[in-house]
Design a protein around this ligand. Structure first.
Ligand SMILES: NC(=O)c1ccc[n+]([C@@H]2O[C@H](COP(=O)([O-])OP(=O)(O)OC[C@H]3O[C@@H](n4cnc5c(N)ncnc54)[C@H](O)[C@@H]3O)[C@@H](O)[C@H]2O)c1
Ligand SMILES: O=CCCC(=O)O
Length: 493
């Protein structure tokens, strides 16, 4: 069902537009506001307060002052806040979905999927909160008894990207709350509304003032810069591009901050000659077109065995041509716009460079004329040295390359700097594990194109980052380890 303009306006009026500092939505000290746009129309949706360095420091002060008491709360209390937050986000699922469609462009059905995915981090970490055990043991010499326990890392700066506005926030806020850490969340400039609506849900769930502070603003470095230099900050958790992540790691080194870095990806999707072609095409569609290709997990390099390449490409092209492009609020649309004009230009430049380097357009390959930043679902047939294979595409463009044998496929998969997600399509389980052993990626989809799940550790190797979010590993990113040694009571009188 198509959403009406009145429904959109009613929702936008309910979004907090201030900065969240110490439990209150307040105005920015600059007195300035920041516009938020709809990428499907290019029009302004709403203006929010434009936070700066002064606001960021106030938020850190609030987080720092709340830290000691928050660290001592009962794990059950934190767990129940997260569980209530899960319920509230699910009760408001339609609002969250529409808000993401409006500010980011993804079609409503996908946005609903993100609400479920994002909310699950709250439920998952509510369950982890009460089970984050330490250890108690005698040392090998029996002279000491050791207690090893986990303490909250302390005030954390959480920086999120625009492509999954809810899930990237819950994947950080969930474990930070679970661990007993306080935080300053800095959402992406392009999509602050979902984060602000989510922060209100956390307050409604009973999160004490000062634990979660939110500072949106037009200058990311004005917000993060002074915080990264401040000794009260203990951790940076960043999700975004590799170049920005590298710069922030350099800053973090000056203050010896704990860091979790969820960076870019350039996933290969490998289709072997023994693959089930229907499964492989479905997997390629899911891995490529989820979020219009604007995902760190997006399959950007479709590697297909030469014996099945024609058959695969024909089915893949039919599936791509069947997709409907349009504003995500309209019924039946399954490809929304690219986030902004610059991002669409970047996608088109990669396509043009691939064609100039000898690539062939199988379907698509053009910007869609008219309002908004739409791009046609595109398949390119390219050679293995095509420039498009070296970069994150962040759009609905799938370059296909053929390979001769398993060793060749592995070499192509590893031949770039990223190591986030990879996909393997084969009916031979031994081959799947053998290939997984030899490719350098943190996440592997075996005969499936989407594997993200709150219960599983998400993260990459090489230039895709450090640390893991979600799973049992996720909470450890927000704790420090303390060892207490004492005389073994049996060796004492
Ligand atoms: N590995 C993952 O889990 C994951 C998940 C989602 C997105 N990503 C990656 O994120 C990128 C897309 O997101 P993006 O365009 O928002 O990335 P980006 O790096 O431009 O921005 C990410 C965040 O960093 C902030 N930022 C930008 N410059 C900054 C600076 N100099 N100092 C401090 N903060 C700064 C932005 O405001 C935003 O909040 C892609 O590379 C994608 O692969 C990775
Ligand atoms: O953009 C990358 C994040 C996608 C995910 O969490 O599945």
């Amino acid at each position: 069902m198509t959403v009406t303009a009145q429904q959109e306006q009613e929702l936008l009026q309910r979004v907090p537009t201030g900065l969240l500092i110490n439990g209150e939505w307040v105005e920015a000290s600059s007195g300035k506001t920041l516009p938020v746009y709809d990428p499907a129309t290019g029009k302004e949706l709403l203006r929010i307060q434009d936070g700066n360095s002064e606001d960021a420091l106030k938020a850190l002060t609030a987080a720092d002052e709340a830290q000691a008491e928050w660290a001592l709360t009962a794990p059950r209390e934190r767990a129940e806040i997260l569980r209530r937050a899960f319920d509230i986000v699910m009760e408001r699922a339609d609002d969250f979905a529409l808000l993401m469609t409006l500010e980011m462009g993804k079609p409503l059905a996908e946005a609903r999927g993100e609400v479920t995915y994002g909310a699950e981090f709250l439920r998952w970490f509510s369950e982890e909160t009460v089970r984050h055990y330490g250890r108690y043991f005698n040392t090998p010499e029996n002279n000491l008894t050791a207690i090893v326990r986990h303490k909250p890392v302390g005030p954390s700066l959480l920086v999120t990207p625009w492509n999954f506005p809810l899930a990237m926030a819950t994947r950080k806020v969930g474990p930070a709350v679970a661990s007993g850490s306080t935080m300053v969340l800095k959402p992406a400039q392009l999509t602050p509304l979902t984060s602000q609506y989510f922060a209100q849900a956390m307050l409604d769930a009973g999160l004490p003032a000062g634990v979660l502070n939110v500072v949106s603003g037009s200058s990311a470095s004005a917000i993060s810069g002074p915080l990264m230099k401040d000794s009260r900050l203990r951790k940076l958790s960043f999700t975004g591009s590799t170049p920005v992540g590298v710069r922030l790691m350099e800053d973090a080194a000056q203050n010896v901050l704990r860091t979790s870095m969820e960076l870019g990806g350039n996933a290969p999707l490998m289709v072997f000659e023994d693959a089930d072609l229907d499964k492989a095409v479905q997997g390629a569609m899911d891995a490529k077109l989820r979020n219009m290709g604007e995902a760190c997990t997006a399959a950007n390099r479709i590697l297909v065995h030469e014996d099945i390449a024609d058959a695969f490409q024909a089915k893949f092209a039919d599936a791509m041509r069947a997709r409907k492009v349009g504003r995500g609020t309209e019924a039946d649309v399954n490809i929304g716009p690219i986030i902004d004009e610059k991002a669409r230009e970047d996608v088109h430049s990669l396509v043009t460079a691939a064609v100039d380097a000898g690539g062939e357009v199988i379907t698509g390959g053009q910007k869609v004329e008219g309002d908004g930043y739409f791009y046609e679902p595109t398949i390119l047939s390219v050679l293995e040295d095509s420039p498009i294979l070296k970069e994150e595409i962040f759009g609905p463009v799938a370059p296909v390359v053929t390979f001769k044998d398993e060793a060749h496929a592995i070499r192509l998969a590893n031949a770039q700097q990223y190591g986030l997600a990879a996909y393997i399509f084969t009916e031979n389980h031994n081959r799947a594990i053998r290939v997984a052993d030899q490719i350098e990626f943190g996440l592997i989809g075996f005969n499936v194109g989407v594997i993200s799940n709150a219960a599983a550790p998400f993260g990459g190797v090489k230039q895709s980052g450090l640390g893991r979010e979600g799973g049992a590993e996720g909470i450890a990113e927000y704790t420090t380890v303390q060892y207490i040694g004492m005389p073994n009571p049996h060796s004492q009188a």
